[in-house]
Write a protein that binds this ligand. Structure first.
Ligand SMILES: *[C@@H]1O[C@H](CO)[C@@H](O)[C@H](O)[C@H]1NC(C)=O
Length: 356
């Protein structure tokens, strides 16, 4: 039995089909689960972008067809899914070499064989079954030879072998689309973050504007109150000033009166005092004059008597001195006379010596 790969793909693509999101697509009725729908819408966006990027609709559709084929492989029983996963993993590397392509085609063929009851997998191919561990050491040539013995197996194998590059192409597209989706998702996330940031800032701005507004209102109320208070204060201060001026005037008048009164009193007191002083001083002066004259008289008397006594004693002394000096002079004359006599005596004595 033989299912040409193209037919499989065709069956797959016709069983699942595009949504209306694919604008270029022919009307293909499709029933999708929610997850697939989300993915389809995502694809729709990406493919819409591709469509508007200048690709021709049939090119886009080709991409879509192969993409659909890939979608279908993993949906098939586990064997196909594993085989498709294997192919996809190998496509990720550089271009698949021939050995890898052969192995992939064998895996897919074996999957197909295992769906048919009356055929069993050739012994040589067992190591390449997708259930078994990947046997890189085993040579695929024996398996290929075993497959070539059956016309159905060979047809299947050669079909898959032809299909593998197309599969890889589709996988690469798929990867590209995945990357594009990833970028788109990231950009959307960044956009969302930016919008969130802007919204937050906007909210903060509005909040602070409201706060300012409230503050402004408070301030204007405050200013109004201040203005009223100032007017009140002005009036009160004028009243106070007037009262103070009155009080001051009254006070100064009273003070002036008190001062002149005090002045008068002082003047009167001073005059009286002076008068008293004059009287006292006059009395004192009289008293003093009286006692001074009496003192002078007695002093005069005492002085004159003392002077008399002194002069009397002085006279007596003087007379004594006069007498004394008279005596002295007499004595002096006598002495001179005596001295003369003595000289004559001495001369006489000298002559007497000389003679002898
Ligand atoms: C998308 O964002 C994730 C997480 O930030 C990052 O790991 C990934 O490399 C990004 N993808 C692209 C294509 O930039």
């Amino acid at each position: 039995m033989r299912f040409p790969p193209a037919r499989i793909i065709f069956l797959c693509t016709s069983s699942i089909s595009s949504t209306s999101a694919f604008s270029w697509g022919k009307s293909r009725a499709r029933v999708l689960d929610p997850e697939a729908r989300g993915a389809a819408i995502g694809y729709g966006m990406v493919l819409n972008d591709l469509a508007s990027s200048g690709l021709k609709p049939d090119e886009v559709e080709t991409l879509f067809l192969q993409n659909d084929a890939l979608d279908e492989y993993p949906r098939k029983p586990d064997c196909f899914r594993r085989a498709a996963g294997l192919v996809r993993g190998r496509c990720g590397e550089a271009d698949m070499d021939e050995g890898e392509r052969v192995k992939a085609a064998i895996s897919l063929t074996l999957c197909e064989v295992s769906t048919a009851r009356h055929y069993s997998v050739p012994m040589e191919c067992l190591p390449f079954g997708s259930e078994s561990q990947p046997a890189s050491e085993s040579s695929p040539e024996d398996c290929v030879e075993a497959l070539s013995r059956s016309a159905q197996f060979w047809s299947s194998y050669s079909g898959y072998l032809r299909e593998v590059p197309q599969l890889c192409y589709a996988f690469r597209r798929w990867n590209d689309i995945d990357t594009a989706k990833d970028i788109y998702r990231n950009a959307t996330l960044e956009k969302l973050a930016l919008i969130r940031l802007l919204v937050t800032r906007e909210k903060l701005l509005v909040q602070s504007q409201e706060q300012w507004e409230a503050l402004r209102t408070d301030m204007s109320v405050l200013l109004g109150n201040l203005h009223e208070s100032a007017i009140g204060f002005d009036e009160a201060s004028q009243v106070v000033l007037r009262t103070m001026a009155d009080v001051f005037q009254h006070g100064s008048m009273t003070l002036q009166a008190s001062l002149s009164d005090v002045e008068h009193r002082i003047q009167a007191g001073t005059a009286q005092y002076l008068l008293q002083m004059e009287t006292v001083v006059g009395a004192l002066t009289d008293k003093h004059a009286l006692s001074l004259s009496s003192i002078a008289q007695s002093l005069e008397r005492a002085l004159s008597s003392a002077l008399d006594k002194s002069f009397l004693a002085l006279n007596e002394r003087t007379e004594g001195i006069v007498v004394l000096s008279r005596d002295m002079s007499n004595l002096w004359e006598n002495m001179i006379y005596d001295f003369g006599s003595m000289q004559q005596v001495r001369k006489l004595a000298f002559y007497s010596f000389a003679v002898t």
